[in-house]
Design a protein around this ligand. Structure first.
Ligand SMILES: [Zn+2]
Length: 288
C-alpha cells in the first residue's frame, strides 16, 4: 500500500497537471467505489474547477471551487493516471502492466477536463474509493487522522504525547496507528526505527527522552528523503509518469531480510519477524 511519500509524490505531480482545470464530464464505471449515487456525483462534480490538490495521511484531496471536496484513497491497487489532450499519460499508484490504452479493464472513474485532458482512476481490486464531501464532512475526515509528520503540528511535545497514548504498545504499532500519526505504514515505520537505532518491538513507554527526540527527527527526515527519491516501488507502487519510485535502493531494512546491516561498523544481519501480522524488519545488533 502506498504510504505518505508515495501519495505525496502523486499529489505534487498532479498539482502541476490538474490545478485550475475545469471538470467537463465525469463517468463512474463502478458505482460502489463512489460514496453518493452516480447521478448525484456527476451532477455535483461537472462544471467545478480544481482549486488545489492536498493530502491528509494517505488520502488525496481535490479541493474544488464551491462547497465540495473530492477525496481519493488508492488502497492496495489504486492508480491515478493523467492523460494530456495529446494523449501523453502519467500515472501514479499501483503498477498495472497494460496501462497503454485508456480506459482499460481496471478503469473505475474517468474525469474529463475542459481542455481535453483526462484523469483516470483505475483499481484492479476495487478497494480504493472516491468520496464527494462538503466542508463539514471533510473536516470530520481530516480529524480522523493524527499528527501529520511533515507539518508544523509535528512538534516534539505532540509526538511524545502520541507515543504515551498507549504506553504498552510497541513502537511500530504506534507509528503505524493512523489516528496517532498519519501516513506512516510498514516501510517507513521500519526505516524510521532503523534511523533512530531503536527496536520497533519496544513498548513505547520504555523510550528515553533522547530516544524519542531522535525518532522525532528521524521520521520527517526519512519521509522527506523518500519523497526526494519519488517514493518506493517495494509495495506495488509506481510514480505518475509510470516509472518506479527511486527509493528502493536506499531502504536500509525494509525488504532486506538476511542481508548485512548498512549501519557503519555494525556486523548485524537484517531480521524479519511478524508483528501483528505485518512483516517487520530491523537489525537486532544496532537497534536497541
Ligand atoms: Zn545493525
Amino acid at each position: 500500500m502506498p504510504e505518505l511519500p508515495e501519495v505525496e509524490t502523486i499529489r505534487r505531480e498532479l498539482n502541476k497537471k490538474i490545478k485550475g482545470k475545469t471538470i467537463k464530464k465525469v463517468k463512474v464505471l463502478v458505482p460502489k467505489m463512489v460514496n453518493v449515487p452516480v447521478l448525484e456525483f456527476e451532477k455535483k462534480v461537472v462544471g467545478t474547477r480544481i482549486k488545489n490538490i492536498d493530502r491528509r495521511a494517505k488520502v488525496l484531496i481535490l479541493d474544488l471551487y464551491g462547497p465540495y471536496f473530492l477525496l481519493f484513497h488508492l488502497k492496495m491497487t489504486g492508480q491515478l493516471i493523467f492523460q494530456s489532450a495529446k494523449g501523453k499519460t502519467i500515472s501514479g499508484g499501483h503498477p498495472i502492466k497494460d496501462s497503454g490504452s485508456l480506459p482499460n479493464a481496471f478503469t473505475r472513474v474517468v474525469f474529463n477536463f475542459a481542455d481535453g485532458s483526462k484523469l483516470f482512476f483505475n483499481d484492479i481490486r476495487k478497494f480504493g474509493w472516491v468520496k464527494l464531501v462538503e466542508d463539514s464532512i471533510y473536516l470530520l475526515i481530516r480529524n480522523e487522522f493524527g499528527l501529520e509528520p511533515l507539518s508544523d503540528d509535528f512538534t516534539f511535545e505532540r509526538f511524545k504525547a502520541a507515543l504515551h497514548h498507549f504506553p504498552q504498545r510497541k513502537i511500530k504499532q504506534i507509528l503505524t496507528d493512523q489516528a496517532l500519526i498519519a501516513g506512516i505504514g510498514n516501510i517507513y515505520a521500519d526505516e524510521s526505527c532503523f534511523c533512530a537505532s531503536i527496536s520497533p518491538l519496544r513498548p513505547s513507554k520504555s523510550l528515553k527522552e533522547a530516544e524519542m527526540k531522535k525518532l522525532h527527527s528521524c521520521i520527517p527526515n526519512v519521509l522527506e528523503f523518500a519523497i526526494s527519491k519519488k517514493g518506493s516501488s517495494a509495495d506495488d507502487y509506481v510514480r505518475t509518469d509510470g516509472s518506479k519510485g527511486g527509493m528502493v535502493p536506499y531502504l536500509n531494512v525494509y525488504g532486506r531480510e538476511g542481508e548485512k546491516c548498512r549501519r557503519q561498523g555494525c556486523l548485524g544481519i537484517v531480521k524479519k519477524i511478524k508483528l501483528n501480522g505485518r512483516g517487520t524488519h530491523f537489525c537486532s545488533v544496532c537497534q536497541k
